[in-house]
Design a protein around this ligand. Structure first.
Ligand code: ME8
Length: 539
C-alpha cells in the first residue's frame, strides 16, 4: 500500500482560562489518529493550538490587570505545557497572535473583499457573548433568548459589519453534504451522520454572516482597509487550519484534505462557514492554482463529537467550573500513568452522538479490566514463562502450523483499519484486546506450565510461547496509538526497539509489515521487567 499524506487538527482553544479535560480529550483523539497514520507510514501533520483574539480573553486580562497579550501568553503556555506533558505529537502549535497567522488572515480577507464575497453592511440581532457567536432569531427564540451552551441571556446588537456572502455558497455546500462524494472536484463530509443531517437543515436557512466587529480595543486582526473594524474572532480562528500550512513545504497537507476534530458546540462554524469560506477562496486568483496547479482543496471531514459530562449529566466546561483542571489530570496520570488516561479517554469518550459521563469508578474499572488484566497481565505471563522454561530467549522456529494464527491476525488487522477509517476508536482498540484474549485462551487451553514439567514436551512449550509472544507483539503494534509508552517498553523487552526508533519524533512506521506473523528473532533475550499496568486496588 502506498503511503498517504494526512492532515488532522483539533479546535484551537480559547486562552481565557486554563486547559481542561474537554480540550485534552479532543487533542488526545487527534493524537491517536495521527499516531495511527504515522504507524502506517503516512506523511502526517497534526495541528493544535490556541485561539487568542476573543473578547473574553481581553476581558479576563483586564480583570487581572494584565494586557490581553500577557494573559494570552500565560494561558497559551499552560496549554502547550499540558500537551507536552501528555506527550502529544502535534507538529506545530497555533497561536493566532503570531505574525504568520495574522499576515495570512489579512491576505485571505483582502482577497475575499476584492472578489466581493466579503462586503460592508449592518448587523442587527442576537449575540451570545460567552460563545462569541451571533445567534439567528429562530434559534434565539427557541432557547428563550438564552445561550444554548452557557444559559446566559443573549445580547441585542446593532452595528456596522462586514458580511460574508454565505448564501452564494449555500447550494454548493448542500450538494456536497447531501452527496458526500466528489462533486466538481470537491468533497466534504460531516460525521456522525446525525450531525450532517442537522447541519444540512440549518444551511438551508442560512443567511450571510457578519465577520467583523467594532470596539475590540486593538485586540484582534483589523479588517484590511478599515481600522475601525476587527475581523470576527471566529473567522480569524477558522483560518488557522490554513495559515499554519500555507508554506511551500506544508501545502501538500492541506491539499490532502484536512480532518477536523471538534465538539458539537462549534459545528456550525466548521461545517457551514468554514467550507463556504474555502469555496469562496478557491475561485480567487492565487487560490485557483494554489498548489502544483490545483485549486485550494476543501477539508475532507469535520468530525463532531459529543461532550464529556459530569456524573450528574452537566457538560464539563470552564464556565460551569466542573471541569477536570490540569492538576486533576496530572493526578490521574501520576496514579495510573499517561497511557491509562489516553486509553480511557479515547475508548470511552463521546465520539459519536452520545455524551459520556466521566467518573473515577469507571476509569478504575476500565484500567483494571482492559489494561492491567489484559495487556499487562498477558505480557508478564508470557515473558515470565519464556524466562522460566526457555532460558529467557525467543525459541528457534518450531513445528507449528502458523496459518491459523496468521489468518486470524490478517482479518483482525482489516477490521482494525476499517474501525480507524470510520473513527471508531473504541472498536479499533477492541481488536487489540481480542488478540490478547486469544493469547490468554491459548495459554489456558494448552497449559504450557503443565507441559513444562515433562522435559520431552519442551519443544511444544516453545511453540506455544512463541505463538503467544508473536501475537502479543502484533497486539502491541495495534495498540501503540492508544498506549504508546507501554508498547514501547514491551518492544524493548522483546527485541523490537527498532519500532520505537522508527516512530520517534514524528517518524513513520510500517504497520503492514509489522503485523505480519513471524517477525520475532529467534535467540533474542527477553526482558521480564515490572508490570506494565499494575492492578489498581481502590482504597
Ligand atoms: O470553541 N467534552 O474554544 P474552546 C468534550 N476557540 N470536548 C470538549 C468539552 C467537553 N465537555 N469542552 C470543550 C472554541 N471541549 C474556539 C474554537 S476552532 C477554529 C475555534 C473541546 O476553548 C471540544 O473540542 O471553547 C470543543 O469543540 C472545544 O474544546 C472548545 O474549546
Amino acid at each position: 500500500m502506498t503511503a498517504e499524506t494526512f492532515y488532522v487538527t483539533t479546535p484551537i482553544y480559547y486562552v481565557n482560562d486554563k486547559p481542561h479535560l474537554g480540550h485534552v480529550y479532543t487533542t488526545i483523539v487527534a493524537d491517536v489518529v495521527a499516531r495511527h497514520h504515522r504507524l502506517k507510514g503516512d506523511d502526517t501533520f497534526f495541528l493544535t493550538g490556541v485561539d487568542e483574539h476573543a473578547a473574553k480573553v481581553s476581558d479576563r486580562a483586564a480583570e487581572q490587570g494584565l494586557s490581553a497579550q500577557q494573559w494570552a501568553d500565560q494561558n497559551a503556555a499552560a496549554f502547550s505545557d499540558v500537551f507536552e506533558r501528555l506527550e502529544m505529537t502535534n507538529d506545530d502549535f497555533v497561536r493566532t497572535s503570531s505574525h504568520r497567522h495574522k499576515d495570512n488572515v489579512t491576505a485571505y480577507v483582502r482577497t475575499l473583499l476584492d472578489s466581493g464575497d466579503v462586503y460592508a453592511g449592518q448587523y442587527e440581532g442576537w449575540y451570545d457573548a460567552g460563545q462569541e457567536e451571533y445567534v439567528p432569531e429562530n434559534k434565539a427564540a427557541g432557547n428563550g433568548y438564552k445561550s444554548e451552551v452557557t444559559g446566559k441571556p443573549l445580547v441585542r446588537k446593532k452595528e456596522k459589519n462586514y458580511f460574508f456572502k454565505l448564501t452564494a455558497y449555500r447550494d454548493e455546500l448542500l450538494t456536497l453534504l447531501e452527496r458526500h462524494e466528489v462533486v466538481n472536484g470537491c468533497r466534504f463530509d460531516v460525521q456522525p451522520t446525525a450531525r450532517r443531517n442537522e447541519i444540512i437543515n440549518r444551511i438551508k436557512e442560512a443567511e450571510d454572516v457578519p465577520i467583523s466587529r467594532t470596539g475590540a480595543g486593538g485586540w484582534g486582526i483589523p479588517v484590511p482597509g478599515d481600522a475601525e473594524q476587527t475581523i470576527y474572532v471566529w473567522i480569524d480562528a477558522l483560518f488557522n487550519y490554513l495559515t499554519y500550512v500555507d508554506t511551500d513545504d506544508r501545502r501538500k497537507y492541506w491539499q490532502a484534505g484536512a480532518v477536523h476534530f471538534i465538539a458539537k458546540d462549534i459545528l456550525w462554524f466548521h461545517a457551514a462557514i468554514w467550507p463556504a469560506l474555502i469555496l469562496a477562496l478557491r475561485k480567487c486568483p492565487g487560490f485557483d492554482a494554489w498548489h502544483e496547479g490545483e485549486p485550494l482543496a476543501l477539508p475532507k471531514l469535520v468530525y463532531s463529537h459529543s461532550y464529556w459530562v459530569s456524573e450528574t449529566g452537566e457538560k464539563m466546561s470552564k464556565s460551569l467550573g466542573n471541569f477536570l483542571d490540569p492538576q486533576a489530570i496530572d493526578n490521574y496520570v501520576n496514579v495510573f500513568g499517561l497511557d491509562a488516561l489516553r486509553y480511557f479517554l479515547a475508548t470511552r469518550g463521546p465520539l459519536g452522538v452520545s455524551d459520556s459521563a466521566f467518573s473515577e469508578d469507571l476509569f478504575v474499572d476500565v484500567y483494571n479490566s482492559d489494561l492491567a488484566n489484559t495487556f499487562g497481565n498477558s505480557c508478564s505471563r508470557v515473558t515470565k514463562m519464556i524466562g522460566k522454561y526457555l532460558g529467557g530467549k525467543i525459541p528457534d522456529l518450531t513445528t507449528e502450523d502458523t496459518a491459523k494464527w496468521s489468518g486470524f491476525v490478517e482479518q483482525l488487522h482489516l477490521r482494525y483499519e476499517a474501525s480507524f477509517a470510520t473513527l471508531e476508536l473504541s472498536d479499533a482498540a477492541g481488536e487489540g484486546r481480542t488478540l490478547i484474549r486469544q493469547v490468554d485462551s491459548h495459554i489456558d487451553e494448552t497449559a504450557p506450565f503443565k507441559l513444562a514439567k515433562d522435559e520431552s514436551k519442551l519443544p511444544e512449550v516453545a511453540t506455544i510461547l512463541l505463538t503467544c509472544a508473536e501475537a502479543l507483539r502484533i497486539a502491541s503494534v495495534l495498540l501503540w496509538p492508544f498506549i504508546p509508552d507501554a508498547c514501547e517498553v514491551f518492544w524493548s523487552r522483546i527485541g523490537c526497539g527498532h519500532y520505537t526508533r522508527a516512530l520517534a519524533a514524528g517518524g513513520s512506521g510500517d504497520l503492514a509489515q509489522w503485523v505480519k506473523w513471524g517477525q520475532l528473532q529467534p535467540g533474542t533475550a527477553i526482558e521480564i521487567g515490572e508490570a506494565l499496568f499494575p492492578r489498581y486496588q481502590p482504597k
